[in-house]
Write a protein that binds this ligand. Structure first.
Ligand SMILES: *Cc1c(COP(=O)(O)O)cnc(C)c1O
Length: 383
């Protein structure tokens, strides 16, 4: 058995960003500044969009995207029933009403057919999530959006590398939002980025992220001399710090190398688990690139010898950390109370949420770590 615990989702942090953070500290420029601007440029270039606005988290970015697109009270936003709570919370904080669509059993992504069933005269937007890094069916979703004049905000928290026909996730809709939270594909500790082609949306997100103060208020203490600012609307405190961007500007340069490492781990898992009585991730659809954020197994009894929670406990006993992404949104009490949702109305999201477990999949893993995960999973499932 492993001698030390394998922490799920622990990121790889390398010397370049350690030096860059130290340089920011020595220069005592901690808050929003030139490194944030540089990180925005690098991420915009990587995704192929003209505007990338750094914010304090993906959650903040989703919230501001809703506001910048004019979503608010009385508007319905269709989102998947299988996602992180932040997707749904952002819609609610904007004052709009989330309406859940079920996901597909195979891809675990939002089902465009169920999106059509959930349309109402109040529907104003769709918020697809590229789940585990797999591209949603953006052709079908953008078709629905065109027919019904809906906005699209892509939750790209798992999907910075995802592409369809060479076009990056986050560039199909009106906005796409990335996460650099510590477990994501590249990290800044906490952080997010709003991607858009529309300069007006980018400007509105920027203003809202810094109290609603007029343009580039962070420059007001710079060498050019003090400038007055105007509060043009009531905003939020959602800006990214240079300390965070100092990490991200080096991580983004390794996005491909980290992805390649996850490709290798993914292939080893696929081969090692093919004969087990569990469901592996569906094959990757042609013409698209999977961001490979989460390697999920579905542990369903009676096919599997044990249930999902026992599996997690057995791996934990063997010093292997796992994750659950996610229990279905309608199982949570706050949403049940507020919206009266019944999880039985979302059978695929519910079934997946009861059976899913995510295995470690980080560029930090050594070949020996991967050996340990494989040995433990096989041992636990073959008993
Ligand atoms: C992590 C995550 C978020 C929130 O990201 P933060 O940067 O932590 O705010 C939103 N949606 C999904 C699907 C996520 O996995």
């Amino acid at each position: 058995m492993r001698s030390h615990y394998l922490v799920f989702g622990k990121p790889l942090v390398e010397d370049e960003e350690i030096e860059e953070v130290a340089a920011s500290m020595r220069a005592a420029w901690l808050g929003t500044g030139p490194k944030v601007t540089e990180f925005e440029r690098l991420v915009g270039e990587h995704s192929g969009v003209p505007h990338a606005v750094a914010v304090s988290s993906c959650t903040a970015g989703l919230h501001l995207s809703c506001l910048a697109l004019g979503l608010g009270p009385g508007d319905e936003v269709i989102a998947p029933a299988l996602t992180f709570c932040a997707t749904i919370n952002a819609i609610i904080h904007a004052g709009a009403t989330p309406v859940l669509a079920d996901v597909r059993r195979d891809t675990q992504n939002i089902d465009p057919d169920d999106v059509r069933r959930k349309l109402s005269p109040r529907t104003k937007a769709i918020m697809p999530v590229h789940f585990a890094g797999r591209m949603c069916e953006m052709g079908a979703l953008t078709q629905i959006a065109r027919e019904h004049e809906l906005k699209i905000i892509e939750d790209c928290a798992h999907a910075i590398e995802a592409e369809h026909h060479g076009q990056k996730a986050g560039t199909f809709g009106d906005c796409g939002v990335l996460s650099f939270y510590s477990t994501k594909n590249i990290v800044t500790g906490e952080g997010g980025m709003v991607l858009t082609r529309d300069p007006a949306i980018a400007e509105r997100v920027k203003v809202l992220a810094l109290h609603g103060m007029s343009h580039d208020a962070w420059k007001r203490f710079s060498g050019d001399g003090y400038k007055h600012y105007d509060v043009v609307e009531v905003g939020f405190k959602y800006n990214m710090m240079d300390l965070q961007a100092a990490i991200g500007m080096h991580q983004i340069g390794r996005v491909e190398r980290y992805w390649q490492r996850r490709v290798a781990i993914w292939k080893r898992y696929d081969a090692a688990f093919a004969d087990l009585s569990v469901t592996l991730p569906s094959p990757i659809s042609p013409n698209s690139r999977h961001a490979l954020h989460l390697y999920t197994l579905l542990i369903e009894q009676p096919r599997a010898p044990i249930d999902r929670d026992t599996f997690i406990a057995e791996l934990h006993r063997r010093n292997i950390g796992t994750g659950v992404h996610y229990r279905a949104i309608p199982v949570h009490s706050a949403y049940k109370e507020r919206f009266g949702w019944d999880v039985r109305d979302y059978p695929n999201a519910y079934a997946i949420g009861q059976a899913t477990v995510s295995l470690p999949l980080s560029p930090r893993l050594s070949d020996e770590d991967v050996d340990d995960v494989i040995a433990a999973v096989r041992e636990v499932l073959q008993r």
